[in-house]
Design a binder for this molecule. Structure first.
Ligand code: ADP
Length: 319
């Protein structure tokens, strides 16, 4: 393998830049040329490909977003789009590809692999919803962004003795809600993996109120539904003044935490090694603090799960 490519795809996440840096530096360390593909799979189809040098990834390890930009590309879901992508890669003499993204991007990587093109996936998404790794790149940063926001909301919630509903991202996964809820002592955590009856939530809130709690924080994962609807329902049912904050895209941005920078560096470097070892169709992940790899296919077939013990703990600690 003389030349490899790297792209970021789907939703961006903090730490993607650290992953790009690691791919570029690791490849050059092994005397392999690296090409950056801009705007995810669109760049493969439109031939937006540029050679990268050591200096091109200087001063990006601490920056959020992705210097290669990202995109969603419907055309790449078609056989024609995928074949065009491989034709462009072959024309550029690029022998293998590292794809940094979430499970949608992994479907794309699997498609390239099944057409015979060597591809390795690196999990990058704030949602932490990729099976096969304990953590995805960007999750820890997003989690810290969420708890910083909740800490601030808590101050005003206490002053006004209000109930606050906070909607966090995570698509169909509840990890951001669960972890931030545990980290911030939320009274209730609503996640798609663990449906709850509204009356149980109401009972819990009223019990706390009777005990003299000054405020309540309810974290709602977007996969459960709209925080606005939840807040309205809770106010109607409890009679407690309830406000809602939808944290939105601030969760995607910001300088990556040390954890995400280190995770990105470890996983992306391993992805390069795997390509050089002749592997394809694999994803890298962190399991029990060890860098591992497994077929992308198994990650796509498995269903994301939350840690049930953590959920139980969050319930026990918020009585
Ligand atoms: P994420 O990677 O964050 O989950 P998306 O689900 O939007 O983001 O996927 C990113 C891109 O991956 C899509 O826009 C598309 O180009 C590609 N992709 C997604 N699903 C498939 C698929 N089944 N086959 C081929 N490419 C896909």
């Amino acid at each position: 393998m003389k030349r490899i490519g790297v792209l970021t795809s789907g939703g961006d996440s903090p730490g993607m830049n650290a992953a790009i840096r690691a791919v570029v530096r690791k490849a050059i360390y092994h005397d392999v040329e690296v090409y950056g593909i801009y705007y995810g799979y669109s760049g493969l189809i439109n031939n937006h490909i540029e050679k990268m040098e050591v200096g091109d990834v200087g001063d990006i390890i601490h920056r959020g977003g992705t210097m290669l930009y990202t995109a969603r590309c419907e055309e790449f879901k078609t056989k024609e789009g995928q074949q065009q992508a491989i034709e462009n890669l072959n024309k550029a003499g690029i022998d293998g590809l590292v794809v940094v993204g979430g499970d949608g991007s992994f479907h794309g990587a699997e498609a390239l692999t099944s057409l015979g093109y060597p591809t390795i996936g690196v999990p990058g998404t704030i949602d932490n919803d990729v099976p096969g790794t304990d953590f995805t790149i960007g999750f820890d940063t997003a989690l810290n962004t969420v708890i910083n926001a909740i800490d601030k909301i808590r101050d005003t919630a206490t002053s006004h003795e209000r109930t606050y509903v906070i909607e966090v991202m995570g698509r169909d996964a509840g990890d951001l809600a669960l972890w931030s809820g545990l980290a911030d002592g939320a009274e209730t955590i609503m996640i798609p993996e663990q449906p709850q009856e509204t009356e149980d939530i109401v009972e819990r809130l009223l019990r706390g109120h009777r005990r003299g709690k000054k405020h309540s924080i309810i974290i709602v994962a977007e996969g459960v539904g709209s925080g606005v609807d939840v807040a309205r329902e809770i106010q109607d049912e409890t009679g407690l003044e309830t406000r809602v904050t939808v944290l939105g895209h601030i969760q995607r941005g910001g300088s990556p935490t040390a954890f995400d920078r280190v995770l990105a560096s470890r996983l992306a470097s391993r992805a390069v090694e795997l390509l050089l070892e002749g592997e394809s169709g694999k994803m890298v992940g962190l399991v029990n603090n060890q860098v591992v790899h497994k077929p992308i296919q198994t990650a796509l077939e498995e269903k994301h799960k939350i840690d049930q013990n953590m959920y139980k703990l969050s319930q026990e600690l918020s009585i």
